[in-house]
Design a protein around this ligand. Structure first.
Ligand code: F3S
Length: 399
């Protein structure tokens, strides 16, 4: 593999042991995947931030690297932590968990990474341009960056993303290469896509079938970035999709042919099977999750408009980035007056929710519907934001 003189110096330890360790990881992965060279990255999003996933071994790993003097060399953001870093008591997080989570965040801070803690880094300033090479973890953010922005990233794990942030490089393989960005499956969508939740439902059906193929959707007449965010998160959770195209809508599909020769075609005529698969839970609802992936300012406002002046029977968490929450103080107040919580820095799946005793969750996210039964020990109802908030008010899934 070709390395520049500077990369050789990094690898041989001339730039210090922390950079050397980062280069060893990046070069080892590049060789495994057959890269011919490394490419500089414009930004990084590091996943593996919650203490729930990292445990004490993860804290040890991060402290060891920080102790070697590791510093990130490109703009870097963090994925959600296991708690709201300010309001963790309100969230119901146990003190011993909070102390461990703070140790994780401190280790990242010593490496120069701000406490951004969000799965929508593109909504708070980590916004790459089309064609930029980046190294992002977090499957939903990867899918959005590749597909909706047209940037180029593989699905990085926590250590590989951190290594890329420290040495500013990643291997040129996978979705960094033109040839791997071509769709190998055309999806003919024959049913109307009327509701926002239809995009999560479509992601469930196609993600399950395709695993990590690249789909090219035809027949979707219009889609907002919010709907594409939901589609990508569901595709990435139910399968391993990291890149999709939508005919006439996503940036690469608007520019040129993105369908590979010999691509197979599948048809979707109805979303019913997805709604059935994600609606196996109880009619009684004690917990409602909105903001997976993290809510935008408009989503927070949409929630506020639906709960303003009401009193909620079920617990409602709207999860978002702190910078996003700070942009909508009136909406946050309306939600909190109704009895809900707008939590920053965290998400339902990576917080210690099992200890909080919830049993029956409602969500408008295909990704949350996938993870929450196993990660949170709850049954699931999936539908529109409207249905979820009706359930938050009444404590029952609407008929
Ligand atoms: Fe984000 Fe957590 Fe959903 S990381 S995409 S809110 S499962």
């Amino acid at each position: 593999m070709d390395l520049t003189a500077e990369e050789q110096e990094m690898l041989s330890g001339e730039k210090g042991p922390a950079v050397q360790k980062a280069m060893e990881i990046v070069v080892a992965l590049a060789k495994i995947y057959g890269a011919k060279r490394l490419v500089p990255v414009k930004s990084v999003n590091v996943s593996g931030v919650s203490y729930k996933n990292l445990g004490d071994a993860g804290i040890g790993f991060l402290n060891e690297w920080a102790g070697l003097g590791a510093k990130v060399s490109v703009p870097t953001t963090l994925n959600p932590a296991g708690m709201d870093l300010v309001d963790w008591k309100k969230q119901g997080v146990p003190k011993d968990f909070a102390e461990k989570q703070e140790k994780v965040i401190d280790a990242f801070a010593r490496m120069g990474i701000p406490k951004t803690c969000t799965c929508t880094p593109y909504l708070i300033g980590n916004l790459p341009k089309k064609g930029d090479h980046i190294a992002w973890g977090e499957s939903s953010a990867v899918c959005y960056a590749n597909s909706v922005i047209g940037a180029r990233t593989n699905r990085e794990g926590g250590p590989s993303a951190l290594a890329a942030a420290i040495c500013g490089r990643t291997g040129e393989f996978g979705y960094h290469l033109d040839k791997n960005r071509m769709a190998n499956v055309v999806v003919e969508v024959g049913c109307p896509m009327e509701k926002d939740s239809d995009f999560g439902a479509l992601g469930q059906i196609i993600g399950k079938q395709l695993k990590n193929d690249v789909p090219y959707f035809k027949g979707i007449k219009a889609a907002s970035n919010y709907q594409l965010k939901a589609l990508g998160a569901s595709l990435a959770a139910w399968g391993g999709v990291a890149l999709f195209h939508v005919d006439g809508i996503t940036p690469e599909a608007k520019e040129k042919n993105m369908v590979a020769e010999g691509a197979q075609t599948i048809a979707v005529e109805s979303l019913k099977e997805a709604y059935d698969a994600m609606n196996t839970g109880s009619d009684i609802i004690d917990f409602v999750s909105i903001g997976c992936p993290h809510a935008s300012v408009s989503e927070i406002r949409a929630v506020a408009d639906r709960v303003r002046g009401k009193k909620l029977k079920a617990t409602l968490w709207v999860t978002t980035a702190r910078a996003t929450k700070e942009k909508a103080p009136d909406a946050v107040r309306a939600i909190e007056d109704a009895g809900g919580l707008v939590l920053a820095d965290t998400c339902v799946v990576v917080s210690p929710i099992r200890s909080m005793g919830y049993k029956h969750l409602a969500t408008n996210s295909g990704k949350m519907a996938y993870y929450s039964p196993n990660y949170c020990g709850v049954t699931v109802r999936f539908g529109t934001m409207e249905q979820c908030l009706q359930a938050a008010v009444s404590g029952r899934w609407p008929a």
